[in-house]
Design a protein around this ligand. Structure first.
Ligand code: 6GU
Length: 251
């Protein structure tokens, strides 16, 4: 999986490429993160990547020429067939909010180009004539798209084979499975008067699974009832949720 990041701050991406799970994935050649400075594609001697907006108003706008040229360069060494399957994403608070479905879509691609938005925004022709996706990471505003791009890279990389250790089944994780995760405990069994649930130390795997499922259902109902509308629920899940007062999602 190749991530081509087009940014005004390429050095910022060292924070993900040099550490932890994603850093190891880069080292092992499972993914690559190539951060290119958009300013390299400016043509004036000041390296101007932004300009005043037509019509007036506060805030600078990212110019189209360097961004188009940077995307052309990022795609130049890719075969046509792969290029056609490579999403070109723009990070922006106006985008589609990142979710597991979009993470899956990107993870299925041979690579992803991510343009980090900046200033007040980007020239509309970048949106209408270049990108395939506009992605936000939530309903708040960041000072720039770099952190959002890193979030996308991290979330997508988990689904690249072998990036996450085999002991962790990424598909079973919280949210991916459609429900929140059950509580986790480790040693010591008793800590400051708080005991780990007896059932988890019973050795009865059927009982443990049942307890975990019920905890997931209960937690999801309490914190994210919206997820229950699309979660894969069995009849016994539904019966348990009903016993907790779930109305089946009717509003
Ligand atoms: Cl992708 N960019 C910016 N600037 N702000 C955001 C965002 C992206 N997602 C949420 N807020």
């Amino acid at each position: 999986m190749r991530f081509h990041v087009l940014t005004l701050f390429p050095e910022a991406f060292r924070i993900i490429t040099e550490y932890s799970i994603i850093g190891r994935a880069v080292e092992r050649g499972l993914i690559s993160v190539e951060a290119t400075d958009i300013r390299q594609f400016t043509t004036d001697r000041h390296g101007t990547a932004d300009d005043y907006q037509f019509g007036g108003g506060p805030g600078m706008v990212m110019k189209p020429e360097p961004v188009f040229a940077a995307v052309d360069a990022a795609l130049a060494n890719i075969q046509t067939e792969e290029r056609e399957r490579t999403p070109i994403a723009l990070t922006s608070p106006q985008g589609h909010v990142l979710n597991q479905q979009l993470v899956d879509e990107f993870a299925a691609a041979p690579g992803v180009v991510i343009i980090c938005g900046h200033y007040a925004g980007v020239d509309e022709r970048i949106r209408t004539g270049l990108i395939t996706h506009e992605v936000s990471i939530g309903d708040y505003v960041l000072t720039g798209g770099e952190l959002a791009a890193m979030v996308i890279i991290d979330a997508v990389s988990r689904f690249v084979p072998d990036v996450v250790g085999s002991e962790e089944n990424v598909r079973d994780d919280s949210i991916t499975s459609g429900l929140l995760q059950h509580p986790l405990y480790t040693r010591p069994a008793a800590f400051r008067g708080m005991a780990a649930p007896e059932v988890l130390r019973s050795g009865n795997h059927a009982e443990i699974e049942r307890w975990r499922r019920r905890q997931s259902l209960e937690r999801t109902l309490k914190l994210r009832p919206d997820l229950l509308a699309t979660a894969a629920l069995t009849n016994s899940d539904r019966a348990y949720l009903a016993s907790l007062g779930w109305d089946g999602g009717d509003v």
